[in-house]
Write a new protein. Sequence first.
Length: 112
Amino acid sequence: MKIVKWQDVETAQNPHKIDARKLYDQEAAQVMHLTLQPGEQLIRHMTPVDVIFYVLEGTGVVEVGDEQQEVGPDSLIESPAKIPHCWYNRSESPLRFLVIKTPRPTSTTKLL
């Protein structure tokens, strides 16, 4: 059995310049743990694969396509492949969520 604790994983360099940690990376899927501090946001982008977000802590605004919704803990959000998406932390507390890409991307994410 392999157990990975997000705190033990080093932050990966990323164009968003936020705390992103790769927890799982196999051909079938990739799982990242992201933390957005108050006022931080991702760069609006598109991924070549389907993405599932799962909020662990805090509240944030998720944007998928032309829809925006505030979400909190224990929310799962689907973002289909090649649809622009983004996250914003407009709260006063950290926002932590998982990003599950399936399958693992073989091409790069397109920043918008």
